[in-house]
Design a protein around this ligand. Structure first.
Ligand code: ZN
Length: 283
């Protein structure tokens, strides 16, 4: 496996890492100036300036858009919410196409409040992905289902393992790995006893569309907002990337750190500088 030393052009920054503290244009300038090759912006940032303006800025800086974050939930409490979320997702696909995003990231929603509980939510997610897949195909924007850690099954995602996401892909779009795949995030998947075989299967299917890194802090204080910087936690990051690359993934390594109490209080340029160091020394 190649080291990431001197390879920042193969690395991307998810803008959440900087805490959404500044307008997108400023954030993009910082990321490009720090030498990264890619970025994953969020809908609210892009919508604030419009996708056309964001796309122009991205092109001028030469940044690759590794992913567009993220879908509204596909598992919902009622039909009105389902419709509203589906139209928000279709609008986001239009924007993702304009940005030239390599994928639109799907966070599918949890079981809480959904008719039929966990089983009902998973069924809604299946139908929602199938509906959105048809829209994504029309626009040429691949969908990347991101399995989330099982602690999120209640409130954020009922898709919790790589294997489960892969089965969903095969059920909705058998054989179409160009338009439906996975975003694999170490934070959500590192604990999985089937990690190696699951990544290998996802690779064989050609469905790994994104790879997100941070770290899981041993004494994490908050399962959403206390992600660690690479190298500060318990995840074997070089081992994880080895599996991902062995499986055929050739895309960028994207840093995605939600850290309300720590990194979001540090100056953005310093956060980027630490990310650059750790990508090259700990990933
Ligand atoms: Zn992620």
């Amino acid at each position: 496996m190649r080291s990431l030393e001197g390879q920042l052009h193969r690395c991307a920054i998810n803008t959440a890492t900087l805490g959404h503290r500044e307008p997108l244009a400023k954030t993009l300038d910082r990321i490009a100036r720090a030498g990264f090759g890619g970025v994953a912006p969020w809908r609210r940032e892009v919508e604030a300036i419009g996708a056309a303006a964001a796309a122009r800025h991205l092109r001028a800086l030469g940044l690759t858009v590794t992913g567009y974050c993220r879908s509204a939930y596909l598992a919902t409490c009622d039909e009105a919410e389902r419709r509203a979320n589906m139209s928000a997702n279709i609008k986001a696909l239009d924007d993702a196409a304009e940005l030239g995003a390599q994928c639109f990231v799907l966070v599918v929603g949890g079981a809480h409040g959904v008719k039929g509980g966990l089983v009902g939510a998973r069924s809604q997610v299946h139908d929602g992905v199938a509906e959105l897949y048809l829209e994504a195909r029309k626009r040429g924007v691949p969908l990347a289902i991101e399995p989330l850690h099982p602690t999120y099954a209640s409130d954020r995602s009922v898709v919790n393992t790589i294997r489960q996401a892969l089965a969903l892909c095969e059920s909705v779009a058998p054989g179409d790995n160009a338009m439906l795949g996975l975003a694999i995030d170490v934070y959500h998947c590192w604990w999985d006893p089937d990690l190696a075989s699951s990544i290998a299967l996802a690779g064989q299917a050609g469905r790994i569309l994104g790879y997100h890194v941070c770290d899981w802090l041993a004494d994490t204080q908050d399962r959403l907002m206390d992600r660690g910087m690479m190298g500060d936690g318990v995840v074997d990051l070089p081992g994880f990337r080895h599996l991902i690359e062995l499986a055929g993934y050739r895309g960028m390594v994207e840093v995605e750190i939600f850290s309300e109490q720590r990194w979001w209080k540090v100056a953005p340029d310093e956060v980027l500088s630490v990310c650059a160091d750790r990508l090259q020394s700990a990933c």
